[in-house]
Design a protein around this ligand. Structure first.
Ligand SMILES: [Cu+2]
Length: 159
């Protein structure tokens, strides 16, 4: 006596085929799990990337508004705050004429040319305030454009 089964298409007929189908189902299950996980991670990365532009204007503090301890012709109302022990890149450009981003105590002196991006880097190892000035003869207010870089600890920088 024997069994004869009519099979059509992919009907499970043999133990081998059963095994293959089970393997296929398992593989697909885990593939879909991985796919969902990867999509979720990608989505959260894209969502959190908020392309925030840090924008600020920094002006010299006029002589009559100076407070105790502030330096004449050097102090500004908004300084550049950077972290120490971190590789920093300064990208320098200008909107009108040639200027120069010069901070001698950081060893930086780089031209700010209109229509051009210049870059230089720094690795500041000590916290503190670093002063600089525009050092390209740029016009009437050439002497009134100081640079103030404040180096703070990474913790302070983040918070
Ligand atoms: Cu200038």
């Amino acid at each position: 006596m024997y069994f004869y089964q009519f099979t059509s298409g992919h009907h499970v007929a043999t133990p081998n085929m059963e095994g293959i189908i089970e393997l296929h189902n398992n593989v697909m299950f885990y593939l879909i799990l991985i796919l969902i996980f990867v999509s979720y991670v990608l989505y959260s990365i894209i969502k959190n990337d908020s392309n925030k532009i840090i924008e600020f204007e920094s002006y010299i503090i006029p002589e009559d508004l100076l407070e105790d301890g502030q330096l004449r012709m050097l102090d500004v109302d908004a300084s550049i705050v950077v972290p120490v022990d971190t590789h920093i890149r300064f990208i320098v450009s200008s909107a009108d004429v040639l200027h120069d981003f010069c901070v001698p105590s950081l060893g930086i002196k780089i031209d700010a040319a209109p229509g051009r991006l210049n870059q230089t880097s720094a690795l500041i190892q000590r916290e503190g305030v670093y002063y600089g000035q525009c050092s390209e003869l740029c016009g009437v207010f050439h002497s009134a454009m100081p640079i103030k870089v404040e180096a703070v600890s990474l913790y302070e920088f983040i918070n």
